[in-house]
Design a protein around this ligand. Structure first.
Ligand code: ADP
Ligand code: ADP
Length: 230
């Protein structure tokens, strides 16, 4: 069943007297268990699309159903609540908190959700195990390599059992060896059932996804399947 359904989604930014149409009439679906990449040139609207999918921003028109629930009309507070429960983010810059340990970083979003300590600890242990970082639970982010920091960020995203993992250029700050390793991790998570939407402009990595959605000037131009990706 579809986790994400967009219908005629539009986003217009208004800055003084300048109007920028960042997204125009975007319609797409992502099914449970799918791994989709979003590709396109700089400025085409990829970040805007990911921000809306992740409930960081609201569209100016159209419809967004997340697990069948209309989320395009929610107010800021409702959006934040659903974001915390349903969305796992992975950023280019890891966004770990420097003075919290690895396990505290992974635990923090669960604390915000009001989860009880025993369940939090179990979730953190499970997530660190999944990304192969259990042996670094007490380390600070600065004591880890970039690739390891991104694995911790993936664990943080997973720990909440999100409906979808959103990855924004997850290899952008990594050398090719670590980039490849993070991509293999995402592929393994996908094989384990995770739904993933990834933005990348690195053509080497779109092949990891089952399907690539190409965006040009705020529009979806076509969707290529894995066979064509390979
Ligand atoms: P991409 O991620 O593909 O590089 P973006 O989604 O960042 O593209 O940007 C799409 C378009 O929307 C660009 O023309 C950009 O200048 C514009 N844009 C993005 N964010 C804003 C904003 N907050 N205010 C005004 N214009 C914006
Ligand atoms: P990579 O070659 O994968 O980028 P690094 O050379 O950065 O890895 O790190 C190698 C190992 O050393 C890693 O296991 C990492 O946890 C550890 N390490 C790196 N920097 C520090 C540090 N400042 N303090 C403690 N351990 C560190």
């Amino acid at each position: 069943h579809p986790v994400i359904q967009l219908e005629n989604l539009t986003k217009v930014f208004q800055t003084d007297d300048i109007e920028t149409r960042a997204l125009a009439d975007v319609s797409l679906e992502v099914n449970k268990g799918e791994y989709v990449s979003i590709a396109g040139p700089s400025g085409c609207g990829k970040s805007t699309l990911l921000a809306i999918l992740g409930l960081l921003d609201a569209p100016t028109g159209g419809m967004y159903l997340l697990n069948g629930r209309a989320v395009h009309e929610l107010n800021l507070q409702e959006r934040a609540r659903i974001r915390n429960r349903e969305i796992g983010f992975i950023f280019q810059s890891f966004n770990l908190i420097g003075d919290l340990s690895v396990e505290e970083n992974v635990e923090l979003p669960l604390t915000y959700r009001g989860m009880l300590p025993d369940e939090r600890r179990a979730r953190v242990a499970e997530a660190l195990e999944k990304v192969g970082m259990s042996h670094r639970a007490k380390h600070l982010p600065a004591q880890l390599s970039g690739g390891q920091q991104q694995r911790v960020a993936v664990a943080r995203a997973l720990a909440g059992y999100p409906a979808v993992l959103l990855a924004d250029e997850p290899t952008g700050n990594l050398d090719s060896k670590n980039g490849e390793a993070v991509m293999e991790l995402l592929r393994d998570l996908h094989r384990g059932g995770a739904t993933i939407v990834m933005v990348t402009h690195d053509a080497r990595f779109t092949r990891f996804a089952e399907r690539t959605i190409h965006v040009l000037d705020g529009r979806v131009v076509d969707a290529v399947t894995a066979a064509a990706n390979a």
